[in-house]
Write a protein that binds this ligand. Structure first.
Ligand SMILES: Nc1ncnc2c1ncn2[C@@H]1O[C@H](COP(=O)(O)OP(=O)(O)O)[C@@H](O)[C@H]1O
Ligand SMILES: [Mg+2]
Length: 378
């Protein structure tokens, strides 16, 4: 950070590794100024696919034992450090979400990717473990991106929605400055996670996801299955609520296959179609429950699911009065938004500013989020 009369400046590299276990998203952001509303410039964004071993381990993290988790914590930390080193960036701080292994709020959450290796290799402090401090206040430790949505998207007079479709889908309602109603956010349910699982089973692991939603588009809906899946108790929960592999992981997918076990290509496409409709319906269902205090006119969509045309078309068909656009604002787009978000959460940490929204996570109070790992050797 510079210390002159000029406004303070800091370069923070945000790292996101989401539940889809597809890879590492990086976003280097220059923040200029102080307080919650600094100016920013996105300097660099990149996505690095996980090596196959990480993909396989992190897709079903609940199957890992303690020894494997400890080993992967180091291996992933070393991989992060090596990959970042290759990029030769000017970094003051790294803010790393880490790979979620377990998320059992309000008792326990674990993200791995040992920060020590990055701190030593890049010679900069690393902020990590962003969720525990919220859990310690009785919160869900999630979602954490809503404060970023507020920073990026809040308008004066109109309310906007921010939707992220990763493995899990998260929705934020950012009220306009002049609307006294609170900001709301919660996990709506599965994003891509069930679709990905069906596509992998269909393709014998050749395909990782339904590119563009093409397979779903060739299928038809199975109403009986959809009606059954919509009965999941998660959709009835009142927020705060957050989801993960505990709710929509391998065990749940096996439960789905017991209800409908596809026997041929067409039936697989029907399954993929129906799971895509499930994701769309649980997102739009959440939006339909909003009170009349909110009248959103636009929804900014981020995460890999924004590339699924069938899913986006279903959202547009169900929400005709809302302008649904792919996130693309001042260098922040559907691919780097969450990594950008962690850079901003890192910025809040180093400025000693609180980052959780108790109304969203259910925490008793707002606190600073994250821990700091300083390089030990120079
Ligand atoms: N071109 C695409 N077409 C359809 N789906 C895609 C495409 N690209 C990515 N996705 C979906 O997005 C997921 C990754 O999204 P991401 O935002 O990285 O999620 P996470 O935060 O859970 O890692 C993939 O697993 C896949 O389901
Ligand atoms: Mg990802």
């Amino acid at each position: 950070m510079s210390n002159s009369d000029a406004k303070p400046m800091v370069n923070i590299l945000g790292l996101m590794t989401g539940s889809s276990a597809d890879g590492l998203d990086l976003c280097l952001v220059n923040f200029t100024g102080e307080g919650r509303d600094p100016d920013f410039e996105v300097l660099f964004s990149h996505e690095i696919p996980y090596p196959r071993q990480f993909q396989l381990c992190f897709r079903n993290p609940l199957e890992l034992n303690d020894e494997e988790i400890a080993e992967l914590d180091n291996k992933l930390g070393i991989w992060f450090a090596n990959e970042i080193n290759k990029l030769d960036l000017k970094i003051d701080f790294i803010a790393s979400h880490g790979q979620t292994i377990k998320h059992e709020p309000p008792h326990f959450t674990l993200q791995i990717g040992n920060p020590q290796y990055m701190a030593e290799a890049i010679q900069c402090p690393v902020i990590y473990d962003f969720r525990t401090a919220d859990l310690e206040q009785g919160g869900q430790g999630a979602p954490l991106i809503p404060i970023v949505d507020q920073y990026l998207l809040q308008q004066d007079n109109s309310d906007v929605l921010a939707l992220n479709i990763g493995g899990i889908a998260n929705l934020t309602i950012v009220p306009g400055q002049h609307n006294s109603a609170p900001l709301l956010a919660w996990d709506t349910g599965p994003g891509n996670t069930l679709i990905d699982k069906a596509v992998r089973l269909f393709s014998h692991d050749i395909l990782n996801y339904d590119e563009g939603g093409d397979l779903a588009a060739q299928g038809k809906i199975n109403h009986k299955l959809l009606d059954e899946l919509l009965k999941h108790e998660f959709y009835q929960r009142t927020p705060p609520r957050s989801a993960g592999q505990e709710q929509f992981g391998k065990t749940y997918f096996q439960h789905i296959l017991k209800q409908f076990n596809p026997r041929n290509d067409q039936e697989f496409k029907d399954l993929i179609h129906t799971l895509t409709v499930l994701t769309a319906k649980t997102i739009t269902g959440s939006i339909h429950t909003l009170s009349t205090d909110y009248s959103p006119t636009a929804m900014f969509v981020g995460g890999g699911g924004a590339f699924n045309k069938m899913l986006m078309n279903l959202l547009r068909a169900e929400l005709p009065s809302i302008d649904i656009v792919e996130m693309d604002l001042s260098g922040v787009n559907q691919s780097n938004k969450e990594a950008f978000g962690f850079a901003y959460l890192g910025y809040l940490y180093i400025n000693g500013l609180t980052a959780n929204l108790p109304g969203v996570t259910g925490a008793g109070k707002a606190v600073t989020l994250g821990k700091l790992y300083q390089p030990q050797s120079g």
